[in-house]
Design a protein around this ligand. Structure first.
Ligand code: AMP
Length: 284
């Protein structure tokens, strides 16, 4: 195993990044909340293909959790995470405290309007302000050349891209494909909350999305009919409750009625208290 540097302060990260930059290296960045799985590690490998030095942050960002959400119970597997990151070839883990990211007097919030109003934004009204703000802070600390985000959180990816463009942050944002379990369930740190019966039934989410792709390949273009077919598949799992299922434009997140250009079919499903999200790009 290689050495991985663990840093806890912004100043330490700044010093390390300055040294790397002086040596002419490109810096890649992968922000995470820890409890790492193959989905996160695939982003690290993608970053390694594009940059010389990779920093991964592990920070459970309190400002992106709403009241009654799982901030307190969010899984923490720090020691395993370190081993996985070392194995994956990451060079540095930034593991800041909450006070390091939000020191006394912190007063800024980044709000990306428009594309935060649908899908998850509708049900988690402060979530994307928290995400955009923490990513702006982390980008300021790390000053990466590139940052990699997973398509699993498609709305988050669109929000970050919009923010980086609007604020001219000069970070190249790359998207990583969704990594799935053998039965199709999108990997997520939150999958560990599922009971064994919920876990078994959770495969319907991906099966439903695949059904949509199949319908589109057969010529279906109507959003209502596509969504109805997916609902039917998901309804086969008695433990599943759909929060939203919508076909939207992948850049603006605005609802689409007819699929004339690629559309994002995004879904949030509850299994008990556990909320899972997934999506697929449908190409006409
Ligand atoms: P999180 O730790 O959940 O905040 O996720 C950190 C990053 O990993 C985000 O960019 C996510 O989109 C990405 N990610 C999470 N799950 C997956 C997955 N199954 N496949 C690809 N990327 C993922």
């Amino acid at each position: 195993m290689k050495d991985i540097t663990i840093l806890r302060t912004a100043e330490q990260v700044g010093n390390l990044v300055n040294r790397w930059r002086q040596a002419g290296m490109r810096i890649g960045f992968v922000p995470t909340m820890g409890a790492l799985h193959q989905g996160h590690l695939s982003l690290v490998s993608q970053a390694l293909g594009e940059a010389d030095r990779i920093i991964v942050s592990i920070f459970v960002n309190p400002t992106q959790f709403g009241q009654g959400e799982d901030l307190e119970s969010y899984p923490n597997t720090f020691d395993e995470d370190l081993m996985k990151l070392e194995e994956a070839g990451a060079h540095c883990v930034f593991f800041p405290s909450v006070a390091e990211i939000y020191p006394d007097g912190f007063s800024t919030s980044v709000h990306v309007s428009g594309l935060t109003e649908t899908l998850c934004g509708k049900y988690r009204p402060e979530h994307f302000d928290g995400v955009a703000t923490v990513c702006a802070v982390l980008f300021g600390i790390v000053r990466p050349d590139i940052a990699v985000f997973g398509r699993k959180d498609a709305q988050q990816l669109a929000v970050i891209r919009r923010m980086v463009d609007d604020l001219r942050l000069g970070v190249l944002v790359l998207a990583g494909e969704i990594i799935r379990e053998p039965d199709g369930l999108a990997m997520s740190s939150r999958n560990s909350y599922l009971s064994s019966e919920q876990r078994k039934q959770a495969a319907v989410v991906c099966i439903g999305l695949s059904r949509a792709a199949e319908l589109v390949s057969e010529g279906e273009r109507d959003a209502v009919r596509i969504c109805d077919a997916v609902r039917e598949v998901i309804a086969e799992a008695p433990l599943a409750t759909i929060q939203y299922l919508e076909l939207v434009d992948p850049d603006t997140m605005k609802p689409v009625e007819k699929l004339n250009t690629p559309g994002l079919l995004a879904v949030a499903v509850y299994f008990g208290q556990t909320r899972l999200i997934d999506n697929v790009i449908l190409k006409p």
